[in-house]
Design a protein around this ligand. Structure first.
Ligand code: GDP
Length: 439
């Protein structure tokens, strides 16, 4: 497969300029359809004419990157041509006539991975960079692209490999090894274990950088859930009316707070719903709670606290939660229990006041800490890390040295899944199937 030379447009067609990429052993032969031999001037962007026989197809710019100093690690050519569909299609047809074939989605990055230009966690970060919807998400993805996850994994691997070589020495030379060879074993395992624990703890919060922080808004009908959602989104999306129970289902909206992506879920008022549609909404609202990073319990501060408000406050007591007193523009006649009152945030969704303080509090309770930006945010990586930690758990408890060694090897296998040194083709296929053509 990899002897093939592949090509693809790497930019959307129809803009002023289109970027075409060619990669593979024969990429240099692209010079045959250009007015200048770009292979003679590697890494230099040159003006060229693209030629179809004697006909000029386009005035373009082109550059040749000889292997291994290119994105894919293979010979590569990039052509910047005019972005119109006719021009692009004509040049693609010329590339096909040279014997090259169209690239599949993610094939350039896949080749970069297979040629050792980046590990799997970095390849996945490429896609995260492209799809990042908020500033902090982009920052985390860039750090991972630059190897932050790879470095963390490598340092844990090195602790485990040291532990393993101590065991191997003890097994191979039992007489000499009694004391020294594996004296450090408990310490090495403990060090690896705490490192993984920390990464996992950071990762659970860091995950929100990639997937968004899930904020669920709860409250009985008419307290202003939809209004708050709209105010936080800064746009009209949910339908606001003064008839109770109008938000019939869970509304899922995406926004960001200080660069952290947020999924806002406005729920149907949780209560005994009268009709079927509403009942479905209520069930979904409870489901949303299970995966929420933070819950906002909204009460109407212009009214005395209702039994339903109190029930919601009690039921969410164990969750990461903020009690929000809405309608602070009206005279207040709601009395919360002292402890709840002290931690509550007053807002007026209608006037847009108090929203800054609310955002601040949401971030403080559920946002990523600064260190998370360098941590692990990818669910697949977290899952593999969790399994590696379990294997180290088991190594720490194993009595026999060979059981310990087996557990350490299994931990190393799971760590290898993160960087791709030890991973099935099916997993690789699944990862690259998310990529677009040209990347
Ligand atoms: P929901 O049923 O909880 O989603 O409540 P809505 O967002 O539909 O709001 C119910 C009613 O309260 C509407 O008439 C809103 O205009 C009004 N409302 C919402 N927030 C405020 C607020 O901060 N102040 C005032 N005065 N009215 C509000």
């Amino acid at each position: 497969m990899r002897e093939d030379t592949i090509y693809a447009p790497a930019s959307a067609i129809g803009g002023a300029i289109a970027v075409l990429r060619i990669s593979g052993p024969k990429a240099g032969e692209t010079a045959r359809i250009l007015s200048a031999d770009i292979t003679k001037t590697p890494r230099e962007l040159r003006f060229v004419r693209v030629l179809d026989g004697t006909e000029t197809v386009d005035d373009s710019m082109a550059v040749f990157f000889p292997a291994p100093h290119s994105y894919t690690g293979e010979n590569m050519v990039e052509i910047d041509c005019h972005g119109g569909g006719q021009t692009v299609q004509h040049i693609l047809a010329l590339l096909s006539r040279l014997g090259f074939r169209p690239a599949e989605g993610g094939e350039f990055t896949r080749r970069a991975f297979l040629n050792g230009k980046m590990d799997l966690s970095q390849a996945e970060a490429v896609m995260d960079v492209i799809t990042a919807g908020a500033q902090q998400s982009l920052k985390a993805a860039m750090q991972q692209l630059h190897g932050s996850v790879s470095r963390e994994v490598a340092s844990i691997e090195s602790l485990l490999l040291d532990a393993l070589s101590g065991i191997d020495a003890a097994v191979d030379y039992p007489e000499e090894a009694e004391a020294d060879a594996y004296a450090a074993l408990p310490e090495q395992l403990l060090a690896a274990h705490s490192r993984m624990e920390r990464l996992l703890a950071d990762g659970r919060r860091g995950r929100v950088l990639r997937d968004g922080m899930q904020v669920v808004i709860l409250g009985r009908p008419n307290v202003g859930k939809s209004s708050l959602l709209n105010a936080l989104l800064g746009q009209e999306r949910a339908i606001v009316t003064s008839a109770a129970g109008t938000t019939r289902d869970v509304l899922d909206e995406r926004t960001s707070i200080r660069g952290v992506p947020v999924r806002l879920l406005d729920t149907a008022g949780i209560r005994d719903a009268a009709d079927e549609v509403e009942r479905i909404g209520v069930t979904r609202a409870w489901k949303a709670l299970e995966t929420a990073d933070i819950v906002l319990v909204l009460v109407d501060s212009s009214m005395p606290l209702a039994p339903e408000d109190r029930a919601l406050i009690d039921e969410t007591a164990g969750m990461t939660r903020i009690v929000v007193k809405n309608k602070s523009d009206l005279p207040c006649c709601c009395k919360l229990p002292d402890q709840i009152e002290a931690a509550a945030v007053a807002v007026s969704a209608k006037m847009g006041t108090g929203l800054e303080a609310l955002s601040e509090r949401i971030l403080a309770l559920a946002g990523p800490s600064r260190a998370d930006a360098a941590g692990i945010t990818n669910e697949r990586h977290l899952h593999a890390l969790e399994r590696a930690r379990l294997a180290v758990d088991s190594a720490m408890m194993a009595g026999e040295l060979d059981c310990t060694a087996t557990d350490i090897r299994s931990a190393l296998h799971f760590l290898g899944e993160i960087t791709g040194t030890d991973v099935d083709d099916a997993v690789i296929d699944r990862i690259f199937s998310r990529f677009c053509v040209g990347k």
